[in-house]
Design a protein around this ligand. Structure first.
Ligand code: SF4
Length: 210
């Protein structure tokens, strides 16, 4: 994996090795590490419970999710659920599906439009402590370039399209996808192999896991 990570229990880690998952989640939800950079303040949005089989690593909450506290509760989430072939009840069953964005809090907007990237502090602090307590996770969906950069590191290809096209190389642990936002609509048209090859395989895997 690329990027420096705080090992659970190290002096840099906000968690202790003996912390159960619920304590780690509570500490993450109380995190204020990059509060000074967050225009709407910290509101970490993440979900996980022991027994989860699928982990979804996305980007960062938008303003709607910041308000609701419910990840993927938007048109992107609807498209992601269609990709996975699961309904909302299954998707939001955290005992089956864990959700960790690369940045847990809304990062703000770029001056030239669009949301800023996920805060870089977040994943190195929190992902490993949470993932270490999810031993049943068999597939991690890497949604978008930030998740792919962090988890695939040098194994990532030169572009998101090439990385997604090489999805078989990352199986069975990871599966990279584009972000399912409206911006992906043209990408999907240009890359019909994604819906023809990747999604059926993804749905089969998810059905078997959940
Ligand atoms: S984005 Fe992550 S590191 Fe920053 S305050 Fe939120 S939970 Fe903490």
């Amino acid at each position: 994996m690329a990027g420096a990570r705080a090992v659970t229990g190290s002096p840099d880690s906000p968690t202790a090795p003996e912390d159960p998952l619920d304590d780690v989640l509570a500490k993450a939800r109380a995190c204020r590490v990059c509060a000074a950079h967050l225009p709407l303040g910290p509101r970490p949005v993440l979900r996980a419970a022991e027994g989860a089989r699928l982990l979804i690593v996305g980007q960062a909450p938008g303003t709607k999710v910041h308000e609701s506290g419910v990840p993927w509760d938007d048109p992107s989430g609807d498209r992601l659920r269609a990709w996975l072939g699961v309904d909302r009840v299954t998707f939001y069953d955290e005992g089956r599906v864990a959700i960790l964005p690369m940045g847990f809090c809304y990062p703000g907007r770029h001056a030239r439009g669009g949301d800023l990237p996920p805060r870089k502090e977040c994943a190195p602090l929190w992902h490993e402590p949470v993932r270490a307590r999810l031993p049943e996770v068999a597939l991690t969906l890497l949604v978008g370039q930030y998740a792919q950069a962090y988890y695939l590191g040098p194994r990532r290809k030169a572009s998101l399209t090439e990385t997604v096209r090489a999805w078989r190389a990352y199986a069975p642990e990871f599966l990279p996808t584009p972000h399912p936002s409206w911006r992906s609509t043209n990408w999907l048209k240009r890359n019909p192999w994604f819906e023809a090859e990747v999604l059926p395989a993804l749905r089969r895997r998810v059905r078997a896991l959940l």
